[in-house]
Design a protein. Structure first.
Length: 276
């Protein structure tokens, strides 16, 4: 029995190591390629992994051709706006669906689940028509529009609120608190870890979103990093060092965010709950 458990443990660790390698190798290849020359990046010799000379030409070239300061600002603004909207709407809706009792509650939650199951690409055309009729194309609001509400965030916060004991609300009612006070001062502070996790998820989704920015935005002054990188790929098709250098510079903010908030992220996922 002990021997079989050791074999099982070794097998699990090997699978995890292989999975980690599959995810890490492309990232390492991106970093190494950004320091190579064009000829080195296109050669087919699999045994040449590291660049013969560590070059920074690609980074200087990309920084010259692309206004990264502006792109960082546009992306940061988009992320902050979406986090604020997602946390506010998901927290209030999650509390209503998880703790309050009203007519149509189950129907409302069913609509949330339905939106989670439908591919987001289906909503692109109606969302584009709405933004276009409002005259808001090529604006920061157009980029924000799909993130005004989040079905995933509503579900996540609902599950978190449902794990809290009812005694907290009953004690607050005895102390004279109304529904708004209970939500703001009693229940919401107890799901801060889930709110942080939702914020990190929202930041990741906003950062990597590509199709919607390409649809509603053609202005360089409001373009986020994802759309700018897509246009860079078309402009420098064969210049892999510049492509990888730009991609590496674009990844740095999210790496820093994860390093800073990784404890809150893990805690939020662990305590978000799965009670239905």
């Amino acid at each position: 029995m002990k021997k079989s458990s050791v074999v099982y443990s070794v097998l699990i660790h090997c699978i995890l190591i292989a999975g980690a390698a599959v995810m890490i190798v492309p990232f390492l290849w991106m970093i190494l390629t950004s320091f190579k020359s064009i000829s080195e990046s296109t050669q087919l010799n699999p045994f040449i992994i590291f660049p013969s000379v560590w070059r920074t030409d690609a980074f200087f070239s990309v920084l010259t051709k692309m206004n990264f300061v502006r792109l960082y600002w546009n992306t940061l603004l988009l992320i902050v706006e979406r986090i604020i909207c997602a946390v506010l709407t998901a927290t209030t809706a999650g509390y209503a669906l998880g703790r309050l009792h009203f007519k149509g509650k189950n129907l409302a939650f069913s609509l949330v689940l339905f939106q989670m199951m439908v591919p987001p690409q289906i909503f692109i055309i109606p969302q584009y028509l709405i933004v276009s009729k409002m005259g808001m194309l090529n604006t920061s609001f157009a980029l924000l529009f799909p993130g005004l509400v989040t079905a995933f965030g509503t579900f996540l916060l609902r599950q978190s609120f449902m794990t809290l004991p009812k005694d907290l609300e009953q004690a607050a009612v005895l102390d004279g608190c109304n529904t708004g006070s209970i939500f703001l001062f009693v229940m919401a502070p107890l799901v801060k870890s889930s709110m942080t996790a939702l914020g990190i998820f929202t930041a990741l989704f906003a950062f990597k979103e590509l199709m919607w920015p390409l649809v509603v935005n053609t202005d360089q002054n409001t373009m986020p990093l994802s759309a700018a990188l897509a246009k860079l790929q078309g402009q420098f098709t064969a210049n892999y060092p510049e492509l990888m250098a730009a991609s590496f510079l674009a990844c740095l903010p999210m790496i820093v965010i994860y390093i800073i908030f990784q404890k809150q992220f893990i805690a939020g996922i662990a305590t978000s709950g799965s009670k239905l």
